[in-house]
Every structure is written in C-alpha cells, then in structure tokens.
Ligand binder design. Structure first.
Ligand SMILES: *Cc1c(COP(=O)(O)O)cnc(C)c1O
Length: 381
C-alpha cells in the first residue's frame, strides 16, 4: 500500500560510542555487576542531587524492593491506579500486601488524588502514584496527603525520567522513587531500573534485597540476615545506561518538539471535533514519554484493534498502554469488577499510543495524524 518504512511506536536511540563501549566491557573479562554498575549508580545519584541510588535488573524488582524497604507486607493496603502497567500492582501482591485501586482523573489519566484521600483506611501504609506517559502526579498534593496520614510514597516513576514538578526533577526529592530502563522508556539499559532512596540504611537494605541478602565484610566475611533475590544489573547493561544518561535532556527536547507538532496537526485536522481525546498539553513538567489519544468508541463503527490493523497496513505502529488492571482475571478473582472505575475502564479500552521517539522525523508526525484522522472519519457512525 505504501513505500514508507514501518514507523514503530517507539525505538531506542543507541549511539556508536555506546556500542563501542559495550564491546569494551565484553572484552574486559568482567561482564556482570562490577565497576560499570558502580559508575552508573554514581552518575544516577549525581543526576538525583546526590540522593542514594542503586541499579537493578528491572523496574519491577525495583518497586518490589522499595515496598520491602518500606516494610510493607501482609495486612497492609497500598493505594494505586488501575491505569498502569500491571507491574505496579503485581509487586504489591508479590510482597503479600493488598492493592487498593482508585479512579483516575480523565484529564491527566493519573490517580485522582481527591479520591485517594477517601480510600485511606487504618490499614493503608503507602501510595504508589504512576506518572503515566511521563506526566507527573501533583507532588505537592501527593506529599501533603501522605504526610497528613503518615503514609510512605513509592513513586512508580518508570515513565518519568527527566520529568519535573515545580522546576525540580522527579527523583531529586520525595520518598522512594523507582525508575525503569526498559527499551521503551526515555533512557534504557536494555532491561533495568533504579531506586532513589532517603539514606544509607535504605541503600544497604536495597543491596541485600538485590542479591540473596548477602552482607560482605573484609576480603572473606559473609553473612545473610534476610532473604534477598537475584536482581543485580550487569556491567554490560550499565555501560548502555552510561551511554544514555548524557543524552536525556536532548531526547526530552526532541520528544517535546514532536509532541508540539502532534497538537498543531491534530488541531488543524479538527481531531477534537471528531471526538479524539488528546493528552494534557503540558510542556512544563512531562518528559513526553508517550503521546496517547483516546478513541471515541461511541462514534466509531470499528474497534480499536481494527484501527490498529489499518494503521499498521499504512506502516504506522501503535500500542496500548494500558488496559485497566482491575479487569484482568487475577484481579477480578480478588474482587474487582467492571464498573468499579468507569473512567479508567473507558480510557483502557480506547487508548492508543502513537509513534513518539527522538529519532522520528517531523513529517512522520504529519503522516500519523493525517492517517489516523482519515480512519476516524472513514469509520464514523
Ligand atoms: C515499564 C514500567 C514498569 C516496569 O518496568 P520494567 O523495567 O519493565 O520491569 C513499571 N511501571 C510502569 C508504569 C512502567 O511503565
């Protein structure tokens, strides 16, 4: 149908210096956790204003470890959003605690903090806010709420590396802040993540949970006081991260420019009149991790899957981030049901992630908008 090369919804930017650096690590004789992980952690800590930071092999175990550091387990409730990657609430189950979902705000698509206050019970121990698409949850209100109820906050900032709140980078302040370096995120280590903590005690615990609970002393001393997992990052992965970190601001600037162009072209094409819901036009706080539209299900004669197939036939990739978590079988078995969170359910059914990544061209945006608008018009009912 078209000669255009396929445009994925995302793609990492890896430069030649990083590829060369990875080759050096592979030739060095030490490829798992070692000097590169230490160097990466130091660079991350500097990025986060000197706060203790440790790296892990995913942004999922990072969240689980944060919950363990906060001492959260059986009998505890943790409030979170139903509109996230399922890792966010799976880790709550993993530590034996109970996830409590709260409806989202339709404008930000993030946790509705007003409703969070109403969901707090004597068993509530923590809140896990998610900065969906990189758009930060209101940190002022969040931390006021947490402080007044003595709750821990485990920020699932998997998508918001480089985002800020009131001029301060996410991670440079707050309680426990978790990032992911999955290839789809704004910077990557292939797989990986990091946790920003409050003090050396938490950092020491993080190291134990990361590797079998082991505590070393001297050249041969070893003790194990608690159960830990196998969550260490490799030096190969850390070297990828070291090659990414210096570029975060430039990646973010490019994402901003592309997002601006999406808004301009969607507005010109009359997208809102067609019922397409655009994301919040934020250019102060978000890192534009994703550009997501919500399809007008009541005004379309086709399904989202059909729209995705037809975009794909025009060489345009798209994604779904995410279906509402509480409707997954596992969560329905825990008592959640359709109708519990109508906004999250509607967004989950109709959200569509459009291509957005630093190497994308301006005219790729034009092409996506033109084709999506054409499809929405063609299938109007
Ligand atoms: C990517 C992501 C995670 C998990 O990160 P992994 O590195 O893939 O384990 C958790 N929460 C959110 C919101 C994410 O987007």
């Amino acid at each position: 149908m078209t000669e255009r090369p396929f445009l994925p919804f995302t793609r990492p930017t890896i430069d030649e210096a990083t590829i060369e650096g990875v080759a050096e690590v592979l030739r060095s004789g030490w490829i798992t956790s070692g000097p590169k992980v230490k160097e990466f952690e130091a660079a991350l800590s500097e990025h986060f204003g000197g706060r203790p930071t440790r790296a892990f092999n995913s942004g999922t175990c990072t969240m689980e470890i944060a919950l363990r550091i906060a001492g959260i387990g059986p009998g505890d409730e943790v409030i979170t959003t139903p509109l996230s990657w399922v890792a966010t609430s799976n880790v709550v189950l993993e530590v034996g605690a109970t996830p409590v979902f709260v409806e989202i705000d339709p404008a930000t698509r993030n946790l509705d903090l007003e409703r969070v206050a109403a969901a707090i019970t004597p068993a509530t121990r923590a809140i896990i806010p998610v900065d969906l698409a990189g758009l930060p949850v209101d940190r002022d209100r969040l931390y006021r709420l947490a402080a007044s109820h003595k709750l821990r906050v485990i920020e699932d900032a998997a998508q918001s590396f480089g985002s800020s709140w009131a001029g301060r980078q996410i991670g440079t302040f707050g309680d426990l802040v978790s990032f992911s370096f999955h290839p789809n995120k704004n910077i990557t280590t292939i797989e990986g993540g990091c946790l920003v903590m409050n003090n050396a005690t938490e950092a020491a615990l993080a190291e134990q949970y990361r590797l079998q609970g082991v505590v070393r002393s001297g050249p041969d001393g070893m003790d194990v006081e608690r159960v830990g997992g196998k969550f260490n990052l490799t030096d190969v992965a850390a070297r990828v991260g070291l090659g990414q970190l210096p570029h975060w601001a430039e990646f973010k600037a490019r994402r901003h420019a592309l997002a601006k162009r999406y808004f301009e072209h969607f507005e010109k094409a009359g997208a809102t009149e067609l019922g397409l819901e655009l994301p919040l036009a934020d250019f102060a706080n978000t890192n534009w991790h994703m550009f997501q539209v919500v399809l007008p299900e009541d005004r379309l004669s086709v399904t989202r899957a059909q729209i995705m197939d037809q975009l794909s036939a025009r060489a345009i990739g798209s994604g779904v981030h995410y279906p509402a978590i509480h409707l997954f079988s596992l969560y329905q078995r825990l008592g959640w049901k359709a109708g519990d969170f109508p906004v999250a359910e509607r967004v989950g059914r109709n959200t569509l992630t459009l291509p957005l990544f630093p190497m994308m061209q301006d005219d790729d945006v034009d092409y996506v908008v033109e084709n999506l608008v054409e499809l929405v018009k063609a299938h109007r009912r």
